[in-house]
Design a binder for this molecule. Structure first.
Ligand code: GRF
Length: 205
């Protein structure tokens, strides 16, 4: 079976990109990470791509007149590689229907909380809000992307207990370790054609 070509969009550190690139590097797992596109010139993810031998591209959103133009450039680049699945991995731009409709049902994101709790927040703000809320459990969510932020059908979640002595940093680190397991797992299911979107729910077949 030909592997599903995976394109990653990222804006920063790129640890989730790396987890995907390491899990899907030769197509034997059903998927192959061919390209990562960063929208920020100094994004560390581009260095990681180089080290891992994955094509890294910069498409700086600031050089486009509109969000739609930027997204059309992303689409054009991803289509050059025949990308079958787009993985957002710390991608800090909201995607409009121009992009979402083009890759409908073929875009995933990872969020560092148990959605729908703590949706819409980013980075350390998520973990700070979890600690302030007094929640005893948090985790991460891999979901399909629709036109609303952090709101698409949930594919899988991993639970992380909040410990009494947790700081934002210790909690973030434990959640991140789970992210690196959860994202490849969800992508593998997609590549094996085992995910069926049924309204709000995703059935694993
Ligand atoms: C992760 O916590 C992810 O859940 C969120 O952004 C962060 C990206 O981290 N969407 P990294 O760049 O993959 O290391």
């Amino acid at each position: 079976m030909t592997p599903t070509v995976i394109g990653v969009l990222a804006s920063g550190r790129g640890s989730n990109f790396e987890a995907l690139a390491r899990n899907f590097r030769n197509g034997t797992t059903g998927g192959l990470v061919r390209v990562v596109i960063a929208n920020v010139p100094d994004a560390a993810v581009l260095e990681r791509a180089k080290a891992l031998g994955v094509e890294g591209k910069l498409i700086d959103h600031k050089t486009f007149a509109s969000r739609a133009d930027f997204e059309r450039a992303l689409i054009e680049e991803l289509e050059k590689y025949n990308v079958g699945l787009v993985c957002l991995a710390g991608f800090m731009r909201i995607l409009s229907p121009v992009f979402v409709n083009h890759f409908a049902g073929r875009i995933m994101n990872i969020h560092p909380s148990l959605l729908p709790a703590f949706a819409g927040l980013q980075g350390m703000d998520v973990h700070r809000a979890v600690l302030e809320s007094g929640a005893q459990f948090t985790g991460c969510t891999v979901h399909f992307v629709n036109e609303h932020v952090d709101a698409g059908p949930i594919i899988l979640q991993r639970v992380v207990p909040v410990l009494d002595d947790d700081t934002v940093e210790t909690l973030a680190a434990r959640v991140l370790a789970e992210e690196h397991q959860a994202y490849p797992e969800a992508v593998k299911l997609f590549c094996q054609n085992r995910l069926q979107i049924q309204g709000r729910r995703v059935k694993i077949i």
